[in-house]
Design a protein around this ligand. Structure first.
Ligand code: E4P
Ligand code: PEP
Ligand code: MN
Length: 450
């Protein structure tokens, strides 16, 4: 009797274990990790490979300027905050931003949450010291707890299972909201409900009234408005923790090829995108559409080498470059990168992350960002692409649907003192509901000019 080779092994899905893999936890017990990985491998996939293919086609459209990508959600999701209210508010915020962009710029918007799996965080330091006590840094709920005790901060592999189950229930609710009628454009007004009234909120009300009128007009003309009842909404997270991504990678029964079924879209972070890294090797072997974050040290040659590894044949929609240069640098550094990639000829989708290059510490000690810097990087991104005749394909932002006070500025003018009022993030500061809407209205202007 001949033994069939394991197609996952044949696909080289374990090669990453022989390579340098940054930003992984120090698990106290390797046997426990193996047990959890085996359990994860036996659980159902969270997404279907065909959905990842559909997303790839939409990202290809965005690379040509026929759609615009909106990726948004927490810096770090937490298990405790995976509640119906939080998920609903985040979905409503992303839907509101998408509708502002779609209506304002007459472009379809590809909607993706940093949701249902955004649990693993790269950190600048492996440890954190408070009052002379040093413990492992918080690396996200999938690895350890935020509480500053030795017990909480010790990496616990059972958290991978909790991340899987929390992702499954989050995704279930997302699917229910986006296909069950909640996200229907016929309810465009309802998405504003429950949020604090503010200038962006009122502006949205006006726009929703215009959309309502337009839909009634179309319906009166006999158009079938039923197609407006459901929306496509995709999940995305940083593919950081390979002990989680590997067991959720499955061979697609249709094509015989591997897909990472933890999410539709995975990205490789700025800290783990080295060409010889386990991350680049692992993701080069799965079929999902991929992102790579590109910070200010990225050279044109780095970008080309990443294309060689992750999209050698130049398949449209496969590779998204998420640039995060910082407001002060984007106009200087982005042009050379875009020029080099454009000259190569293989397509990429260019997306702007205006968050991660603009971190500051406030006088009161909070890790924050200025809304004006965030918007300035977005403006710089559009200017560079407009000057080069290339396509500004989308936005990648850290946001929440709640009225937190984590980013300075916006029309509500959150100042240094105001940050303390509702600073809730465990890692990076997020735009709140009104700042997110305000961003969408400003981006419409930029898209119209582009
Ligand atoms: O989300 C991004 C990174 O994980 C985060 O900015 C790192 O933050 P740190 O510098 O506080 O570790
Ligand atoms: C870690 C992140 O970003 P980057 O890799 O760009 O620093 C993030 O998106 O939260
Ligand atoms: Mn972040």
């Amino acid at each position: 009797m001949s033994v069939q080779p394991d197609p996952q092994v044949v696909a080289g899905l374990d090669v990453w274990e022989t390579l340098p893999v940054g930003q992984q936890p120090q698990w106290p017990d390797a046997t426990e990790v193996r047990r959890v990985r085996d359990r994860l491998a036996s659980l159902p996939p969270l997404v279907f490979a065909g959905e990842a293919d559909a997303l790839r086609a939409q990202l290809a459209a965005a690379s040509r300027g026929e759609a615009f990508v909106l990726q948004g959600g927490d810096c770090a999701e937490t298990f405790a905050e995976a509640t119906a209210d939080n998920i609903r508010n985040k979905i409503k915020t992303i839907l509101q931003m998408a509708v502002v962009l779609t209506y304002g710029a007459s472009l379809p918007v590809v909607k993706m949450g940093r949701m249902a799996g955004q649990y693993a965080k790269p950190r600048s330091s492996d440890v954190e010291t408070r009052d002379g006590v040093t413990l492992p840094a918080f690396r996200g709920d999938i690895i350890n707890g935020f509480e500053f005790t030795p017990e909480a901060r010790t990496p616990d592999p059972d958290r991978l299972l909790e991340a899987y189950h929390t992702s499954a229930s989050t995704l279930n609710l997302i699917r229910a909201f986006t296909t069950g009628g909640f996200a229907s454009l016929l309810r465009v007004h309802e998405w504003n409900r429950g949020f604090t009234a503010n200038p962006a909120y009122s502006r949205y009300e006006q726009l929703a009234a215009e959309i309502d009128r337009a839909i009634r007009f179309m319906a009166a003309c006999g158009a079938d408005v039923d197609a407006l009842r459901a929306v496509d909404f995709y999940s995305a997270h940083e593919g950081l923790l390979l002990d989680y991504e590997r067991p959720l990678t499955r061979i697609d029964s249709r094509s015989g090829l591997p897909y990472d079924c933890s999410a539709h879209f995975l990205w490789i972070g700025e800290r783990t995108r080295q060409l010889d890294s386990g991350h680049v090797d692992f993701f080069s072997r799965v079929q999902n559409p991929l992102g790579v974050k590109l910070g200010p040290t990225t050279t044109g040659d780095d970008a080309i080498a990443l294309m060689d590894r992750l999209n050698p044949t130049g398949e449209p929609g496969r590779l998204t470059f998420v640039t995060r240069m910082g407001a002060g640098k984007v106009r200087d550094l982005l042009p050379a990168l875009v020029e080099k990639v454009t000259a190569d000829g293989r397509p990429v989708t260019w997306v702007c992350d205006p968050m991660h290059g603009n971190g500051i510490t406030s006088a009161s000690g909070y890790k924050t960002r200025r809304f004006t810097d965030v918007m300035d990087e977005v403006a710089g991104f559009f200017e560079v692409h407009r000057a080069l005749g290339t396509v500004p394909g989308g936005l990648h932002v850290e946001l929440t649907g709640d009225d937190v006070t984590e980013v300075l500025g916006g029309t509500e003018e959150i100042d240094d003192e105001g940050l303390a009022r509702r600073y809730e993030t465990l890692v990076d500061p997020r735009l709140n509901h009104q700042q997110s809407l305000e961003m969408a209205f400003q981006v419409v202007e930029l898209l119209r000019r582009a």
